[in-house]
Design a protein. Structure first.
Lengths: 306, 364
């Protein structure tokens, strides 16, 4: 759990709306900027923005008011799912992806996003914190909310090309097991690795879509294995059938051929009804949506339960 | 006054009379029964239990033996030329080396039997050899020594001794049977199961159930070449034996009757079971099988027999000398078996892999 400020609930975000609070916010911001500029001219907001890409520590935007949202770096672990080492490792990988592809790759965790569609919450966060400012609005965000057990993956700007519906659903299904098992670092590492593949393919002009599917690396051994098993099965069937044809002896089951025609008679025949039983089973309930792990996609986002 | 306590056919608990329904009801499972139903049920239960499944049957043999023409030192005399003939006690017929006459060696007088019926050969030697050659022709797993035709000379014609059993079989059987009915409403799926006690009793006649009387002949083989057409059954005549080998039985009728009874009782049960229809499940509860008026005949039936030994194991192949039905076991060359299996698998794997790679394009 990070000390300091957290991303507030939507109600809190919207709650910062009274005039006098805004005035206090603006005054505090001005004072802070004055102090910072006195200490180091290079740290003025404009300069900071220009140097963001080369800043090895990432960027931050400090809000003056207590309830104002706060976003620090590429990984925002408000739910406290990662150790600080894990978070640093993920941060540096996100930074590397940003340097190579110019796309912001974000990971956000929260204890409770307030309910509703997590994708809408993600879009609000992205716009609220202006996360695409450095990369022409291009970004992708994986968000986890622990209370609702929701996950969401949303593409923004030109990154939507790399993260098509097919690509997002595939990524979601690949990391779902780790999310469900609570292996969050593994899930997020997997997300970054797959995002790297997707962004590389998009850069080459061949993003992964329904028509251009990701080729799984395990395909050739599987083809060989299946071919071998299929051939073995068919060959064994043929050769064993040949072997069976070498022994045609069959012991007789009875003596029906020796039953004298017309000699059979029934001397007693009775069918006695005794009792009956009735059992019943409840019909299974129909569910409108699938169980855990089901995914829903819209034009730029995919979400589900873990 | 005798007190009768009826038990529930469903769960075995004691039944009580329910004045409201005027039936006997079970406090444990809730079923209700008419008194008449229970009386019939008890009667069938008593009839079915406590009886042995089978009873001993005495077979009536058809033809007693005549005396044998044997010298004191155990040699046989040709009735045609009076010469001494070499033969053992199991030989039924042989050819006199002096006058070429077919000589039938009569059984000795100590309780043995002469054949009373037979079926003469109708399939000739050439035909039988051709049939065997055709059968072996397509068999890729035969050992190499079958490549030439020399194995065909091992095909020989035999008259095989059989015991033919006639009897009247009777069967009394009871079955547990059920019928089910299913339906549904908006909340539940229902299944109603009705339980029945089914009884059948009856009889049937079996005519000439054959069991071979020779230990030399494998029972699987002699049963497999059935049936023989009894329309061609004729009185025993030694003239038919010429040119063929004939062995006397060395399994007597008493030893053979077990197999005959096993077969005809199985058929009797099958026939009874066939009269129980209209149920979803039927299981046998009791069975009682009986046979009477047993008669046994000693017969000779024609069989073309091919025998070979491969890797220390004997293989027999037979052709029904009357109908031409072929059955038997031929040896399998294990090397050929594995060669074909591995070869087909290798070729198949190569073809399927190429097709798979072309279809799915999975080469990265």
């Amino acid at each position: 759990m990070r000390s300091g400020k957290r991303i507030c609930k939507e109600e809190a975000l919207r709650g910062c709306g009274t005039k006098w609070k805004n005035a206090v916010c603006k005054t505090a911001i001005m004072l802070l900027l004055v102090c910072v500029s006195v200490l180091d001219p290079g740290n003025l907001p404009e300069a900071a923005a220009a140097d963001k890409i080369s800043d090895t520590e990432g960027w931050s935007w400090d809000a003056a008011a207590d309830q104002a949202p706060y976003f620090d770096g590429w990984v925002q672990d408000d739910a406290g799912l990662l150790t600080s080492d894990e978070e640093k490792a993920l941060e540096s990988e996100c930074r590397r992806l940003f340097k190579i592809y110019g796309t912001g790759v974000y990971i956000v965790t929260t204890p409770n996003f307030g309910g509703g569609d997590i994708k809408d919450w993600q879009r609000r966060i992205f716009s609220q914190y202006d996360l695409g400012a450095d990369c022409d609005g291009s970004g992708v965000m994986l968000a986890i909310s622990m209370a609702e057990r929701d996950w969401g993956l949303v593409g923004f700007g030109s990154a939507q090309e790399a993260f098509s519906t097919y690509a997002r659903e595939r990524l979601g299904s690949l990391i779902l097991d780790d999310l469900s098992d609570g292996e969050f670092y593994e899930a997020f590492s997997g997300y970054l690795s797959i995002a790297d593949d997707y962004l590389a393919a998009a850069e080459e002009g061949t993003p992964y879509t329904e028509r251009h599917r990701y080729r799984e690396g395990w395909r050739l051994p599987v083809i060989l294995g299946v071919s071998f098993l299929l051939s073995l099965g068919i060959s064994a069937t043929v050769v064993i059938a040949w072997r069976k044809g070498m022994n045609t002896r069959v012991r007789q089951n009875g003596a029906m051929e020796y039953l004298k025609a017309g000699s059979f008679y029934l001397s007693n025949r009775s069918d006695l009804f005794l009792y009956h039983t009735v059992s019943r089973t409840k019909k299974p309930e129909q569910h409108s949506s699938g169980g855990s792990g089901s995914m829903r996609s819209d034009s730029s986002g995919t979400s589900g339960k873990f | 006054m005798d007190f009768v306590q009826y038990k529930c056919p469903c769960c075995g608990a004691a039944l009580r009379f329910s004045p409201g329904a005027q039936k006997l009801s079970c406090g444990s499972c809730g079923n209700e029964y008419d008194l008449e139903t229970l009386r019939q049920y008890e009667k069938e239960e008593e009839r079915g239990s406590g009886r042995e499944e089978e009873q001993e049957l005495n077979w009536e043999y058809q033809r007693e033996a005549q005396g044998a023409k044997r010298t004191e030192d155990g040699k046989y005399i040709c009735p045609s030329c009076g010469a001494e003939i070499e033969a053992d006690e199991n030989t039924v017929s042989t050819t006199c080396p002096y006058c070429d006459n077919v000589v039938v060696i009569r059984a000795s007088a100590s309780g043995e039997y002469e054949p009373d019926v037979m079926i003469p050969f109708q399939i000739k030697g050439d035909q039988a050899r051709q049939m065997l050659e055709n059968f072996c022709g397509g068999k890729r797993l035969l050992p190499k020594n079958f490549r030439d035709r020399s194995y065909l000379k091992n095909l020989k014609g035999y008259y095989v001794p059989y015991w033919l059993f006639d009897c009247d079989a009777s069967a009394e059987m009871s079955f547990n049977a059920t019928r089910t009915r299913a339906w549904s409403d908006s909340e539940y799926d229902y299944l109603e199961t009705s339980y029945y006690l089914v009884n059948r009793a009856g009889g049937m006649e079996f005519y000439h159930v054959p069991v071979d009387g020779s230990t030399e002949m494998d029972d699987d083989t002699t049963e497999s070449i059935e049936p023989f057409d009894y329309g061609a059954l004729t009185e025993f005549n030694p003239a038919y034996l010429a040119g063929y080998e004939t062995d006397k039985y060395d399994v007597d009728a008493k030893a053979a009757e077990g197999r005959a009874k096993e077969r005809l009782y199985r058929s009797a049960e099958q026939v009874m079971r066939g009269t129980v229809s209209g149920y979803d499940t039927v299981t046998v509860k009791h069975r009682h099988l009986d046979a009477k008026n047993g008669k046994v005949h000693y017969a000779l039936f024609p069989v073309w027999m091919f025998e070979t030994v491969y890797n220390g194991k004997k293989y027999q192949f037979a052709i029904n000398g009357q109908t031409g039905k072929m059955v038997g076991e031929l040896p399998v060359d294990r090397g050929a078996f594995w060669k074909y299996l591995c070869g087909f698998t290798a070729i198949g794997t190569a073809i399927c892999s190429i097709l798979g790679i072309l279809l799915f394009g999975g080469v990265l």
